[in-house]
Design a protein around this ligand. Structure first.
Ligand SMILES: [Zn+2]
Length: 321
């Protein structure tokens, strides 16, 4: 019971920042309803589920989110985890690179069994890139650092967050902390063999939250993918300042992903755009059919437009507009 309690505190929706400010029972004002309509229009039918999640029905990831089948989703990319939180493994010419690493207590139940099912050797993980300093993303890093010498990359501000959690939050500390290692810095690519990730700073959820832009291959063809790895799932716990910063970060990520012509949308918390239906589609995919993770440049931008519009909704609710 105690373990479960500590584990829960470390989860993304619950650890960082302020207690909820708004009462969920309060009906939306006309001004907020107008902003919700704007978000619906921004996303269109493709992103109606995402709009509903971010604007109207947010929820945190949970230790009870059902596991997914570990799956190869691109020629060079594998996904492991559960319907609330996933890690990606990228095969490069010089070993494996992992993006995020689930929670520490999922190392033996989900992460390592995933490697085994996919026929991947965890000892070949040379680099782990962590999207932000919460324990449901860096939890597995200490194991890989200790057993396989994997290099761990996290933004400086989130190394600090992990090593000095805010008072009253995660007071007993995260379950397992990796030894201080490499820094992620916007604009400085992280390279392993023939593979390169471009980090983009997107503070808001945490001070060192990052977004990533990187190439994926589908049947030999290269596409550019992006992952916004500091998504605010439950705005109620983020400070006013945090939400404003987040809004600017989404705009910044929009610029960078537009420039990079991103057309593949990947998530570390695939709650607002469920991953299971995509994995089902992949499994049933026939030759010549598109990869369900490849959405096209316009649709990727619309995905970010909905994040942005719903952040405005949440800011307006907070202000009592
Ligand atoms: Zn988080």
């Amino acid at each position: 019971m105690l373990k479960r309690l500590i584990f829960g505190v470390a989860f993304c929706g619950l650890m960082y920042s302020q207690p909820p400010a708004a009462s969920p029972a309060k009906p939306d004002s006309e001004a907020v309803k107008v902003l919700i309509e704007k978000a619906k229009k921004a996303g269109g039918p493709m992103w109606a589920g995402e709009q509903h999640f971010f604007c109207e029905a947010p929820r945190a990831n949970s230790p009870n989110d059902p596991p997914i089948e570990p799956t190869k989703i691109f020629d060079n990319v594998y996904v492991i985890g559960n319907q609330g939180t996933v890690a990606y493994v990228v095969n490069t010419s010089d070993g494996l690179l992992m993006i995020d690493s689930l929670s520490a207590d999922e190392t033996e139940t989900q992460l390592l069994p995933g490697f085994q099912k996919l026929g991947l050797d965890p000892a070949k993980v040379k680099v782990i890139v962590v999207g932000h300093g919460h324990a449901d993303h860096f939890g597995g890093t200490a194991y890989f650092q200790e057993h396989y010498g994997s290099k761990i990359y996290i933004a400086a501000a989130d190394w600090d967050l992990m090593e000095h959690p805010p008072a009253g939050r995660g007071g007993k500390g995260p379950p397992v902390l990796p030894k201080h290692d490499q820094m992620i810095v916007e604009g400085q690519p992280i390279v392993l063999g023939d593979f390169k990730i471009m980090p983009v700073a997107v503070p808001g959820h945490t001070p060192g939250s990052m977004g990533f832009i990187f190439p994926v291959k589908d049947n030999g063809k290269t596409y550019t993918a992006a992952m916004y790895a500091g998504t605010v799932l439950t705005p109620g716990i983020v400070s006013d300042e945090g939400l404003q910063t987040y809004s600017k970060s989404v705009a910044h990520f929009k610029e960078e992903t537009k420039k990079a012509r991103v057309e593949v949308e990947l998530q570390n918390h695939p709650l607002m755009d469920p991953i299971q239906p995509k994995l089902d589609k992949l499994q049933a995919r026939k030759k010549g059919e598109p990869n369900p993770f490849v959405l096209g440049q316009g649709n990727y931008q619309k995905f970010l437009d909905v994040m942005s519009a719903c952040t405005e909704v949440n800011i307006a609710r907070r202000k009592g507009v």
